[in-house]
Design a protein around this ligand. Structure first.
Ligand code: GAL
Length: 680
């Protein structure tokens, strides 16, 4: 068993969230009630200080941190640990007025004014200096407090800055990336096209809205640079905390936002002790089922968990009730909150945390759900649901620290996503890279198989089966790594729109998928047809006694088959009867190619073939049940969640029901939105 996220066992699953006592310092009775209610609801953690800079430092160099120390003390005395945020997510007014360069410049070159939050330039030396000072003060004041279990850097990093300082740093970054050679950059960005050649790095601007946005390599490097700049900024905060914490070794995280598009989180993850993230599924919306919403939440957990799969992750924020920022702010239906909490733990989280403990009386989030509402009592529906969830979480304490041992991986990469979206090709609205990865992940879950979500730079040999949807950008050495994986006996599925470009968005010559990958697969993709939503096609699979037609949507590649076996052929159009799904035996393994997008519902047959080939145990999961497993030092924990509106019969179950302590063997009926956690 690997080290737990906190480096030690807390003997609990964290149940807590953002708490803003600084808004209520003049109301001691409110603060008193907060503690009382938190304890009643089984809250064992509070995340403090997320946006408290103006309270810590009301004027430049004037620090007031006593209140924070008192709050942490008081929480600790009441059995509530603290996760302390650094306040860099929102700046005091005086800071912006005195040093306007700390504010962000937008893609049109206009500097923002003070307002809102998350509006800072990550490159600004002044901002970094001020952040170092306040973080240092926090670490000196409370960094050694026994109640402090984790640092939480800033809040939800996001957005871009196009100021001159960022532009200069971008140019430095490009010099390093292209070995100080403008010729190399011109070659890799293919700038002879449309006369885009640069004669010097100093001529290169970020992709301003009204500037150069037609060079794929430039757009891509700007995004990579932005991720790196966030990572640099993260280091400034981490270093400041460590420098001022004495001997305290408190782990450090920052809260991610799932599949947030703008940052390659893997770059930041390397610097963190634990992954944490904020999950706000759009429950009960009008365009998908509850089951789909839950499965998307589960997939996002897997994306987050995959960045440090040797540790549990934390759910840093979720809504105990409703949110206030969606187009329609629907109430979470009874029982949903508890099932969502158990799902999160099932996915590998060691916490269920909220935004927010108490509703703020005024300002932008005054109507956002909270554990304690404006009514101020402990008998609200939401409070009672949180309290019940707290009891459940307490009963799941022994799950803490347990991990996963998945045999399947799905590749998902941010810069591949940006490259696909940036390509002037395919269908404008149907690229859907990230949701395509989600669809494979969800399909596997129907067979009781949970997959890790990883990148091509991760270890591949931990897996029996790797599914690689739309790997448009095939980076250096990855084709070779995949060849080795298959040679040793691994099974891969690679899909349409894979291996078209290298890491600088230059097309591979000599046939897609490039860099020798087509030799592993035994096929070359010669053309790709983009389908209108009204276009119809199918893939007939006649393999292993099957005779079935999968519906084709959005994309269909036309293949040249060299030395692969054809498992499926197109049913329509001028490429009717040509190969659409192939397989090539290679070394001890097999390389499958899926040349067209199939409707998600139709993927089952293909997935079954892959799982059987890889020798992965298929579990008979009734429709409507979500199943997960966590593996602890001394026990395995199985989670069954009923996402349907009916009761579902579970059969062949055996173990101790962690909610009741009873041994169950045989079958049982699980009610709608119910769950079962079994210890084997
Ligand atoms: C999060 C943010 C919180 C709060 C919450 C509301 O994205 O980190 O501070 O604004 O949303 O749902």
């Amino acid at each position: 068993m690997n080290e737990y996220v906190f480096g030690k066992t807390l003997n609990k699953i964290i149940h807590g969230g953002d708490y803003n006592p600084e808004q209520w310092l003049d109301w001691p009775d409110v603060l008193q009630k907060d503690i009382e209610y938190m304890k009643e609801a089984g809250i064992n953690e509070a995340t403090l200080g997320v946006f408290s800079w103006a309270m810590y430092e009301p004027g430049e160099g004037e620090f007031h941190l006593d209140w924070l120390a008192q709050i942490i003390d008081n929480l600790y005395k009441n059995g509530i640990h603290t996760i302390l945020a650094t306040p860099s997510g929102a700046r005091p007014v005086w800071l912006d007025n005195k040093y306007p360069e700390v504010m962000r410049v937008d893609a049109n070159g206009n500097r923002n004014r003070h307002g809102g939050r998350h509006n800072h330039c990550m490159s600004s030396e002044k901002y970094r200096e001020k952040v170092r000072i306040i973080d240092g003060k926090l670490a000196e004041t409370v960094g050694n407090h026994p109640g402090l279990i984790m640092w939480h850097i800033s809040n939800e990093f996001g957005g871009e800055c196009f100021c001159d300082k960022c532009k200069t740093k971008f140019r430095e970054y490009l010099r390093e990336r292209f070995h100080n050679s403008i010729d190399e950059l011109n070659h890799e960005w293919w700038t002879t096209f449309w006369s885009a050649r640069y004669t010097d790095f100093e001529e290169i601007d970020p992709p301003y809205n009204n500037g150069q946005t037609a060079v794929m390599g430039l757009n891509l490097e700007w995004k990579r640079f932005t991720s790196r700049n966030y990572s640099d900024f993260l280091s400034v905060e981490i270093d400041a905390i460590k420098e001022h914490s004495g001997n305290a070794k408190v782990p450090i995280t920052t809260n991610f936002m799932g599949r947030y598009y703008g940052i390659d989180y893997r770059v930041l993850a390397k610097k963190l002790d634990a992954i944490s993230w904020d999950s706000y599924p759009a429950f009960h919306n009008d365009h998908e089922s509850y089951q789909d919403t839950m499965m998307t939440a589960a997939f996002d957990n897997a994306v987050m968990r995959g960045m440090k799969k040797d540790k549990p992750f934390l759910l840093m924020e979720s809504a105990p009730g409703l949110v206030n920022w969606m187009p329609f702010n629907k109430l979470k239906r009874p029982g949903v909150h508890e099932q969502f909490a158990v799902q999160t733990i099932a996915c590998g989280s060691d916490s269920v945390q909220y935004f927010q403990m108490r509703k703020s009386r005024g300002a932008a989030e005054q109507f956002h759900g909270a554990v304690i509402d404006h009514i101020g009592t402990n008998d609200t529906r939401v409070f009672k649901e949180v309290k019940k969830t707290g009891e459940t979480i307490r009963k799941l304490a022994e799950v803490e620290g347990s991990l996963k041992n998945n045999e399947v991986a799905i590749i998902f990469e941010w810069d591949n996503w940006w490259a696909i979206d940036g390509a002037g090709a395919f269908g404008r609205s149907t690229k859907k890279y990230d949701s395509t990865c989600r669809d494979y992940w969800v399909k596997l879950m129907e067979f009781g198989v949970e997959a890790d979500v990883i990148s091509t730079s991760d270890e591949l040999n931990d897996y029996k089966l790797i599914i690689i949807p739309m790997l448009f950008m095939l980076k250096d050495n990855i084709a070779g790594k995949l060849v080795e994986f298959v040679k040793k006996g691994g099974i891969v599925l690679i899909t349409y729109i894979s291996g078209y470009v290298n890491e600088n968005c230059l097309c591979y010559q000599g046939g897609f998928p490039g860099d020798g990958l087509h030799e592993l697969l035994g096929v070359i993709s010669e053309e790709i047809d983009t389908l209108y939503p009204s276009d119809k096609n199918g893939i007939r699979i006649t393999y292993k006694g099957m005779d079935t037609v999968l519906e084709v949507k959005d994309y269909a590649e036309i293949l040249r088959v060299n030395d692969a076996q054809i498992l499926g052929t197109y049913t329509e159009d001028f490429y009717k009867d040509t190969a659409a799904i192939t397989c090539k035996n290679y070394g001890n393994g097999k390389a499958y190619y899926q040349a067209a997008r199939c409707s998600a519902d139709d993927l089952s047959d293909l997935i079954r073939i892959l799982l059987e080939e890889a020798g992965i145990c298929i579990k008979d999961i009734p429709a409507g049940i979500e199943y997960h497993k966590r593996i602890g030092k001394n026990a395995t924990y199985e989670f069954y969640l009923n996402l349907s509106t009916n009761s579902i019969e579970l059969s062949n179950i055996d173990g101790i029901n962690l909610m009741t302590g009873e041994h169950i063997s045989g079958s049982m009926s699980l009610g709608s939105r119910g769950y079962l956690v079994l210890k084997d």
